[in-house]
Design a protein around this ligand. Structure first.
Ligand code: BES
Ligand code: MN
Ligand code: ZN
Length: 488
């Protein structure tokens, strides 16, 4: 999408549609509506708003045909509730106009203030809102959206605004890249094609991308990942993307769960739970999105994305409950439920990254447990770490991006639930605290590394659009990860 700046005001904009923020507090609401009527000359807007019960509440919108002195074809009134933060308001109205656009091709947005932060948020919102997954739609036009947008009221000599647009677009592109990967059907996106997608994007951005085939994974000794792969007809891959700028002082490693399909293995999922399990590589997608965004923004930190990818299927060679495998770390693991496969894949990758990359911070994204959704609902991710400073920094970044996380306890009291009578540990701890014991299992494989685990099972893929999350793959975690990297 083309995003440009204009000194013009909303009434002068000749775009298909103009988006205007409307607050919900009574006097502000009526003042905002009156301001519009003073241009459109229609006192019907207030009437329409009250008829349609449009009260300026967050997530409410009202589309009205422009008239009078207004040059656009449509006005989009976007409720912002009591929101005061200019960045959040900017994101919201930009997102609303882009996500609602069908036949409209050009839009203008009026921001509460035209600062680099607000312009960047608006650009990100435009990109996020214009996302459509159309790869398999024959009639792509039916799903089309804006081709260009204008940010109004830009001061003539404003500095840093063009760079802010570029940054917002770069992040938006990376989020949408992650969404595409998650939405792609599992007969198309498998470990091999996921690796190809990562390599080709890496090549475009001048990044190094190492892809390990099965033989290499065997040589490295990742037996837990290989165990999960046994039931699949498709070979596994480990994907390692490196962004290494010259002046970097810190090294951050992101690790992603890349299950391109999770049937549950022999402990097969019921149909209703399996239907969306193409989303089980969303952690991998977010991880890749973050490293690509870091490169696009030329951030001064070294960033790695390491993804373990396989399917979890029921083939004749499938791993079984009762099997015991020796992890790369050295600990032996008793398999109890083959549907708890993500932690096995992650365990070996975390061990490898800990030993070979020696990161300052290691952060994994994984659609790891249904239990995390039971605990936090469908739209919030669980955040686990022993490092208070890292947690605080990350939650702060998340707040800035409007993504919802909640810090969960890495409660060592539950560690005994992972004791196995026959091996060093088993990989699940029972129903209660299922998201916590999954995190505790991962912790066994990170040694002394400062590590954080993000269980994104809920917000990575949603049944219907909610707030910042579009239906289907959401790219959840990319924007927060990028903002965190910027804060270092
Ligand atoms: N990929 C699932 C978790 C999941 C569930 C992601 C729903 C997204 C939406 C994971 O591999 C899984 O199956 N976990 C099991 C673990 C259990 C067998 C201990 C679960 O959560 O039920
Ligand atoms: Mn599973
Ligand atoms: Zn899974």
């Amino acid at each position: 999408m083309k995003i440009t700046l204009s000194e013009g005001t909303w009434d002068q904009s000749a775009t298909d549609i103009v988006a205007i923020a409307i607050p919900s507090a009574k006097t502000k609401l009526s003042r905002a509506l009156r301001r519009i009527e003073s241009v459109t000359g229609k006192d019907s807007i207030k009437l329409l708003a009250s008829d349609e019960r449009f009260e300026g509440k967050a997530s409410q919108t009202l589309k009205v045909a422009a008239a009078g002195k207004a040059k656009a074809r449509w006005l989009l009134l976007v409720g912002i509730g009591e929101e005061q933060d200019p960045q959040k308001i900017s994101w919201t109205i930009a997102h609303a106009v882009a996500s609602g656009a069908k036949a409209q091709k050009t839009a203008a947005v009026e921001l509460p203030e035209v600062t680099p932060d607000a312009v960047r948020a608006a650009s990100q919102g435009l990109m996020a809102g214009s996302y459509r997954y159309t790869e398999y739609k024959s009639d792509k036009k039916a799903e089309s959206t804006l081709s260009s947008a204008v940010i109004l009221d830009a001061p003539k000599d404003a500095r840093g605004l063009a760079a802010a647009i570029r940054a917002g677009k770069a992040i938006g592109e990376s989020v949408n890249f992650a969404r595409d990967l998650v939405n792609r059907p599992p007969n198309d996106l498998n470990p091999i094609t996921l690796a190809r997608a990562a390599s080709s994007e890496s090549r475009k951005l001048g990044l190094t991308c190492h892809v390990w085939n099965k033989a290499r994974i065997e040589k490295e000794g990742m037996s837990l990942l290989l165990a999960v792969n046994q039931g699949s007809a498709i070979d596994p891959r480990v994907i390692h993307v490196v962004y290494k700028p010259s002046r970097a002082k810190k090294k951050i490693v992101f690790v992603g769960k890349g299950l391109t399909f999770d049937a549950g293995g022999l402990c097969i999922k019921p149909a209703a739970s399996m239907v969306d399990m193409k989303c089980d590589m969303a952690g991998a997608a977010s991880t890749l999105g973050i490293v690509f965004a870091a490169a696009r923004l030329k951030l001064p930190v070294e960033v790695h994305a390491v993804v373990g990818s396989t399917e979890n299927m029921t083939g004749a060679k499938a791993y079984r409950p009762g099997d015991i495998y020796k992890s790369l770390e050295g600990k032996t693991v008793e398999i109890v439920n083959t549907d708890a496969e993500g932690r096995l894949v992650l365990a070996d990758v975390l061990t490898w990254a800990t030993r070979k990359l020696k990161p300052d911070y290691m952060i994994d994204h994984a659609t790891l447990t249904g239990a995390c959704m039971i605990a936090l609902g469908p739209w919030r991710a669980g955040l686990y770490t022993d490092d208070d400073e890292l947690a605080a920094k990350y939650l702060d970044a998340a707040d800035g991006e409007g993504e919802s996380f909640w810090r969960m306890p890495l409660d060592s009291d539950l560690r005994e639930l992972l004791k196995s009578p026959v091996a060093d540990l088993k990989h699940i701890g029972g129903r209660y605290g299922g998201s916590i014991t999954a995190a505790l299992f991962l912790k066994e494989f990170v040694s002394e590394t400062t590590w954080m685990h993000l269980d994104i099972a809920g917000p990575a893929f949603v049944e219907r659009a909610h707030g910042r999350l579009p239906k289907g793959g959401t790219g959840f975690g990319v924007a927060t990860g990028v903002r965190f990297l910027e804060s270092l």
